[in-house]
Ligand binder design. Sequence first.
Ligand code: UD1
Ligand code: MG
Length: 464
Amino acid sequence: MSRALDVVVMAAGKGTRMKSRRPKVLHRLAGRALAQHVIDCAARLSARSVVVITGHGAAEVEAGLSAPTGTPLRFVRQEPQLGTGHAVQQAAPVLPDDGVTLVLSGDVPLTQADTLQALLQACDGQRLALLTLDLPDPTGYGRIVRTASGEVQAIVEHKDATESQRAIGEIYSGIMAVPTRLLRGWLARLDNRNAQAEYYLTDVVKFAVADGLSVVAHRIDDAVQVAGVNSPQQLAELERAFQQRHAQALMLQGVRLADPARIDVRGELVCGQDVEIDINCVFEGRVELGEGVRIGAHCVVANARIEAGAVIHPFTHIDGEKAGVRVGEGALVGPFARLRPGADLGREVHIGNFVEVKNSTLAAGAKANHLAYLGDATVGERVNYGAGSITANYDGANKHRTVIEADVHVGSNCVLVAPVTIGAGGTVGAGSTITKDAPAGALSVARGKPVTIAGWQRPVKKKG
Ligand code: UD1
Ligand code: MG
């Protein structure tokens, strides 16, 4: 029986053990807030709505999370926080009766959509379905209590459990799917007569059993999918688990990783065929690597498109931020290069060590190989831009453009004071400060003439 799905994400807890000013669910895993992983997963289930329950740091949490395209997101506040049952009670008024409610925790980021899909199938629009798993050390978790014939009877919280109940290895993950109309009735019956004086969501199980409704457990064996984050240690462990899985997925696609344990993807990495990535690279935002691209060791690449056959040599930093960066086919970048927002490199452009490019277009075959700055520049085909040269693009108030037309040769240590144009085929002599447009085909030099004084005696130090 398929019903519309409404997702409730519990995210009101304090997260004391993070020892952080930042609310726990906003801590980042793979570049995204913990609760954002949960919300995005709900969107992959085609949820009709997602309701996030906030409390601790509510305003910050609400500002820090965003709705995935096509899935409406709303926030409901829980103040004070009186337990997981109390949390879901706050959401009940906005959950339509005809649907199924899936309850998730904002601090359990790595549950996979297909696991939740299987849980929803177990629920089938009519049953209470619990996601459970067996743990070698179940301390602290709610235990799944079954009858002799194996029917789920109750969830007993660790603090309320008897010795024999504590010996049960099957635990409740904190995730359940339940027909909303039934949930509403059970929520109204919760009380806080327990070891923690909290309203436990888990008590709905005993109401379901009392009402003669079947309760099903969907048991998985992948602990990472239900692992919560309570401390920086657990956050780091889950980060590693995420990165390992991501690296495996990339290699399954054919990406060659020098070491799957030494890559971090904090966003979306799209790779063509025969991509090779050396050790210790970090990818952020959306990064596209075309066919045959090679990324050297220790590169950070964010918000960029690297086209086929381009090579990024070690220790290069690329961050396109909002404007993006494009590296054209067969281009060579680095080692130690820096590409900033709006850097747009054409085919076979070469950018060498300690060269910074920002908001500049370089046409095919242009080269800036050593110690240079190109900001707000339009650089023509085959331009050679000398070592130590810079565009002085900022007058202290405004930015101005430098245009360097095709086949220009800019010598070493030049300052091109924008706005300025160097005409096609022109040459700028080394050490020149160019403040006026230079005509095409001309040699432009602006520096002191060399002077030679023969037999020059250097001053000598006075004695006594
Ligand atoms: C809960 C389950 C337990 C299960 C465990 C799995 C209950 C009573 N117990 O216990 O059976 O094994 O999860 O991790 O549900 N939250 C609120 N408001 C509150 C309290 C909590 O929004 O008033 C949120 C927390 O921010 C967190 C989630 O609910 O995201 C779970 O709360 P937590 O306190 O961690 O529950 P556990 O004691 O771990
Ligand atoms: Mg917990």
